[in-house]
Design a binder for this molecule. Structure first.
Ligand code: PEP
Ligand code: MG
Length: 591
């Protein structure tokens, strides 16, 4: 349903998470974000702001020290002193004194005082003749960004507000999103991102509307006094709507809720095509600590993906083996007989947090990400996670899945580590499972092309289409400038999915899809036709996908897939599947 809107007070972005959010703005500052909002704190707020600044300085110094130690360990003490300059800066009286002075004199929040102090020092550095000293301004920028991040602990930003808000920011990392008090968030409006950026994925699993790719200029003048309507279906954002517009959007929100409720009524029905083929539907969870009792009603066959990396993105604490064991154990007990696929930490790309790695990669999505980081950089964290999984496996139907697999060696190495850990656990007398199904995510064209080989040394595949599309189409999945090229239905992607299905057949193993493609009703039907055995998605997508599957025959899906594989353009493929779905499931057009 498209509403007519006065365009002068609205702007268009990319809709990445459906729903309508209406409320006042909460602007987030932080590294890479817009200048922080200046808040007047009065005399009574000064001490609290100074205390926040002291805490942020301590946290920053702690992080720098641990980075320095980590680097010393790796570099045998050489070159680790590069952090010494940063440590000196964060403790420097002139620098810290300047921020304190601004808090006291301007009676403003610590973020704003830091921002102003940084601007001031950057100007001073720019006038210095000595090149060496002038370059120290880079250190200042680095330390300033880290300090800002610690100061702007997103867990705190909603404190003291008496209402829920729409978050507005230039960018928001997955770790920031994961740490927000989401019970107070009405939605997200961001400058950067795309449908499969991890922040968008989190927004969908939190059932919060999100619009990204909004020009910074549109956001620059927004303040906490502004009210926004955010339309996560169309990507439109309206500033300070009049009462008629607001009422129209409230009606739209109600209609969307009613539609979802109608779809959910079918949750008890099997996800079966009209000619009797069952396509199991599973859930994607972005946290292992969820209340599974509520999800069981979704009529699903299990959990097809648990993204465990979000547990590691809190810069202040990484979960220990024991903590992870308790979390996985509870999830497995709650899930009962249902299969649970837990993916080992997929850290790297846009999912990074202070303290995990000291690398500063030019191209993180092509860097030490997922299984690569686990095997080469953080084997300690990987082993602790595998130990926790092997121990928790006793309590349910656990499958372990490895992210970003691109070679058979990574599977062999992991199997060796698992064998070693089993011996270790045996010696320590800790109960554990020796045999667990081990799966590989197929997320790169290379992995799809060697699917036959991979299928002989693992027990299942799950295709991560969010990444497969990114790597096949050479499109950064978080970059709003190229999101116009991001088409999961592109024939190049379909060929690789077909290749993966054929490879899986060689090894006699099943193939699931757990990327966003599985959550789109029309594309889900296409995946079934391509021979995929299971579809895993965010809970809110299950009812529609179930309906879509129940409205077509397997014969039709195979025919659609065959026709799609002959196409040259994504648009032609989309036309084929949309056409099929519209005739069989006309309500889908209501979306
Ligand atoms: C994918 O790439 O499709 C996937 C499911 O993994 P993630 O989105 O976490 O990278
Ligand atoms: Mg992925």
């Amino acid at each position: 349903m498209e509403l007519s809107v006065n365009l002068t007070n609205s702007f268009q972005g990319i809709a990445v998470s459906p729903g309508i959010g209406i409320g006042r703005v909460m602007k987030l500052a932080g590294p890479g974000n817009v200048a922080p909002e200046r808040l007047s704190i009065g005399d009574s707020g000064i001490e609290a702001e100074l205390e926040r600044l002291r805490c942020a300085i301590t946290a920053t110094a702690d992080q720098l020290l641990s980075l320095q130690n980590e680097l010393r360990r790796k570099l045998n003490n050489l070159d680790a002193d590069i952090f010494e300059a940063h440590l000196m800066l964060v403790r420097d009286r002139t620098f810290v004194g300047e921020i304190e002075k601004r808090i006291k004199e301007e009676k403003c929040n610590a973020e704003y005082a830091l921002y102003e102090a940084l601007e001031h020092f950057q100007k001073v550095f720019a006038t210095i003749r000595d090149e060496y000293l002038r370059e120290r301004s880079l250190d200042l920028r680095d330390v300033g960004a880290r300090l800002m991040e610690n100061l702007t602990d997103v867990r705190d930003v909603m404190k003291g507000l008496d209402d829920s808000r729409v978050i507005v920011a230039a960018s928001l990392t997955p770790s920031e999103t994961a740490r927000l008090d989401t019970s107070r968030v009405l939605g997200f409006v961001l400058e950067t991102g795309s449908v499969t950026s991890h922040t968008a994925i989190l927004a969908r699993s939190l059932n919060l509307p999100a619009v990204v790719g909004v020009p910074g200029i549109s956001l620059a003048n927004l303040t906490g006094a502004d009210k926004l309507i955010i339309d996560g279906f169309s990507g439109r954002v309206i500033v300070n709507p009049d009462s008629r517009t607001e009422e129209a959007y409230r009606l739209k929100a109600r209609a969307a809720d009613e539609f979802q409720a109608r779809m959910k009524a079918d949750n008890a029905l099997p996800p079966e095509t009209v000619d009797g083929f069952t396509v199991p539907l599973a859930l994607n969870l972005d946290s292992a600590c969820c209340d599974f009792s509520q999800l069981k009603g979704a009529g699903i066959s299990g959990i097809g993906l648990v993204r465990t990396e979000f547990m590691f993105l809190n810069p202040h604490h990484h979960p220990t083996e024991e903590e992870q064991f308790e979390i996985y154990k509870k999830l497995l007990i709650d899930a009962g007989d249902l299969s649970v696929v837990i993916r080992t930490m997929d850290i790297g790309g846009d999912k990074v947090a202070a303290g995990i790695t000291t690398l500063n990669e030019e191209n993180p999505f092509l860097g030490l990400r997922g299984i690569r980081l686990a095997l080469r950089e953080r084997k300690d964290l990987f082993k602790a996670q595998l130990r926790a999984l092997l121990r928790a496996g006793v309590y349910g139907n656990l499958h372990i899945m490895l992210p970003m697999v691109s070679s058979v060696t990574e599977l062999w190495e992991t199997r060796e580590i698992i064998d070693e850990l089993c011996c270790e656990l045996q010696e320590q007398g800790l109960e554990h499972v020796r045999e667990l199904p081990l799966g590989a995510m197929i997320e790169t064209p290379g992995a799809a092309l060697i699917a036959g080989e991979l299928s002989r040394i693992c027990d299942f595949f799950s295709i991560g289409t969010n990444d497969l599309v990114q790597y096949t189409r050479a499109i950064d999945r978080g970059n709003e400038h190229v999101s116009y090229l991001y088409h999961p239905a592109h024939p190049s992607v379909l060929q690789l999915i077909k290749k993966t299905v054929e490879g899986a057949k060689e090894g006699g193993i099943p193939v699931a899809v757990c990327g966003q493609m599985a959550a789109d009703p029309a594309l889900a039907v296409l995946l079934v036709g391509l021979g995929v055995n299971e579809l895993s998605m965010v809970e809110s997508a299950v009812p529609l996908v179930r309906r879509a599957i129940r409205s077509v025959s397997m014969y039709e899906t195979v025919q659609a897939a065959e026709a799609a594989l002959k196409c040259a353009r994504a648009a032609d493929v989309e036309e084929i599947v949309a056409g099929l779905l519209k005739t069989r499931f006309p309500e889908v057009a209501e979306l």
